[in-house]
Design a protein around this ligand. Sequence first.
Ligand code: MLT
Length: 259
Amino acid sequence: MNVTTINGIQLAYRDEGQGTPLVLIHAFPLSHAMWEPQIADLSSNLRLIVPDLRGFGASELGEIPTSMEQYADDIGALLDSLGIARVALAGLSMGGYVAFAFLRKYRARVTALILADTRSGPDSDEGKMLREQNARMVENQGLKPLAEQMIPKLLAPNASTSLQNHVRQLIENNNDRGIAAALRAMATRPDSMPLLATIDVPTVVVVGTKDPLTPPSEAYTMSAKIPNSRLIEIADAAHLTNMEDPTAFNEGLRFVLPA
Ligand code: MLT
């Protein structure tokens, strides 16, 4: 794991392989480590830049409140520190929200987009209330109850016990304050729907057919609005498609990346 100081915090990241740069942006409430199956398979011809967003994994949280824009600014600053001008971006779920924020601010730096198990709309009022409830639960009780609540939604019912345990471990390795801050940051994220029709880079939208958090209907809506995008459904996977079926996920990425 590498560490760099950017935007007033120490940000941890992996930088693996050589070739076209691809940034992998993790989901909530995980860390860069959810991308292990992609690092293992794709770093032979891609340069994978895989950060822990601020407040996750080994990255410092910095000042709160934070925002999707701040996470995107951190990625921009990380790329500057590495001397990388333009990248392909892959974001899963909250990682997709960060990818939209990056696109809003740094459009000229994006060469291709992978939007996995994510949505473009903002939270409903009820959704915002639930975020606040969960933030308080994490602050008062730690990450175990959040992991219990989320694992059945992140993984399909037939996921192996070892995958469930691995995901639980990744969640519980996080820091309560960082996770509470991310919940509040997601609640205040802007509507990214107006962006969709303006996306003019090769784009793949990926979804697990059994995803209860960002269901296939969300993916159809996004893909229909993004000119020339390709939709890939991963059968029998739920939300963490890249971990549940890495082979299908990695093949999907190839549609917008060099072979
Ligand atoms: C994620 O996987 O990043 C979260 O489910 C996103 C969300 O809660 O909106």
